[in-house]
Design a protein around this ligand. Structure first.
Ligand SMILES: CSC[C@H]1O[C@H](OP(=O)(O)O)[C@H](O)[C@@H]1O
Length: 345
């Protein structure tokens, strides 16, 4: 008998929505009823994007407490915490969300504990939606009218009520007339840009052109890009930023072409305990994600593969980091003003 709770409905909606998009069959519809199910949804990337991963982990832990019912206690939830924390290593939002729920363990155990955890998971979800709306507005305000943006990967928009982080900036810029078009990098090997960003922007009639990742340099060299906008999975205390593999390449290209490179992420992506990017764990994923495209083998079967899912962009290559708290890192603030002043009107 499924446990009736908002968490389940949300997870079903989220996973179902991915399923309804008829994305290349990456995931059959996952039936999430407990922490192990939520961890599998995160591991399989049925739910992906740093904020969405944190929200799903929170709901997964709450589901576990509901499943335990009168027997729910901090001790009995420990294995669930561990299986969720082990699902993916790079996005700090996952650990931040679990810590938020751990902070609600004290007090009456049992059903009351389950209710407290559902409430906290819902708070995290709601706060993230508001944060992404706010940071979208703040980021869009950095852009000149009719900016052409380059995006990489996707930014968990689905789980944050359609705002996302970099996509939050895109949506706000579109609404206030600061957006001409978006060039969405396909983002090999998982193709978040092709499968999610292009899909989401077309749903909202926001001008988007899908490009191979390797086209980014030509677009910048030909003056087709005004700024690069990306999300983040973990931002160290000095501003070094982990994001989808290929982000660092774009930051070097943007610097060479003197283009603003903007990172957009909620405060829950900040990791003040991490001094700099050297200590950020980079997830390595299965080689078949590179060997195969849509399930079809494109490389010799068994060919050795190195498949890091993230890289780290040094703070000095980042023009601005935007969170709901504002522009919190702008070592190169002049780059924005300088670039946009140079643009032909
Ligand atoms: C605001 S989403 C942040 C981040 O998450 C994505 O990684 P993945 O698709 O592997 O979960 C990507 O790095 C996004 O930029």
């Amino acid at each position: 008998m499924p446990i009736e709770s908002p968490a389940i409905h949300w997870l079903d909606d989220h996973l179902l929505l991915l399923d309804q998009r008829r994305l290349p069959a990456h995931t059959e519809w996952l039936d999430v009823r407990d922490a192990a199910g939520a961890a599998e949804a995160i591991r399989q990337m049925a739910v992906r994007g740093a904020p969405a991963i944190g929200i799903t982990a929170a709901y997964g832990l709450a589901l576990e407490a509901l499943r335990l019912g009168p027997g729910a206690s901090a001790a009995r939830l420990k294995p669930a915490l561990e299986v969720l924390a082990a699902s993916r290593p790079t996005a700090v939002n996952l650990f931040w969300a679990l810590e938020r729920l751990r902070g609600r363990f004290d007090g009456e155990p049992g059903e009351a504990l389950g209710k407290r955890l559902v409430r906290e998971a819902e708070n995290i979800h709601r706060e993230d939606q508001a944060a992404n709306q706010r940071l979208g507005e703040l980021g869009a305000a950095l852009l000149p009218p009719h900016a052409s943006l380059y995006t990489h990967c996707n930014t968990g928009a689905l789980a944050t009520g359609g705002h996302g982080t970099a996509l939050g900036i895109v949506r706000s810029a579109w609404r206030n007339g600061h957006l001409k078009t978006v060039y969405a990098g396909e983002t090999r090997p998982w193709l978040q840009g092709a499968r999610l960003t292009a899909w989401e922007l077309m749903q909202e009639n926001i001008p988007v052109t899908l490009v191979a990742d390797s086209a980014a340099g030509l677009l910048m060299a030909r003056g087709r890009i005004d700024a690069v906008v990306v999300g983040a999975d973990r931002i160290a205390a000095n501003g070094d930023t982990a994001n989808k593999i290929g982000t660092y390449n774009l930051a070097v290209l943007a610097r060479h072409h003197r283009l603003p490179f903007i990172v957009a992420a909620p405060d829950s992506t900040l990791d003040p305990a991490m001094e700099n990017g050297a200590g950020i764990v980079i997830e390595e994923r299965d080689g078949d994600e590179v060997r195969r495209v849509g399930g079809t083998l494109m490389a010799p079967d068994g060919c050795p593969v190195y498949n890091p899912a993230f890289d780290v962009t040094p703070a000095e290559l980042i023009t601005a980091i935007v969170t709901e708290s504002g522009v919190i890192h702008d070592p190169d603030r002049d780059a924005l003003a300088d670039h946009f002043a140079r643009r032909p009107s």
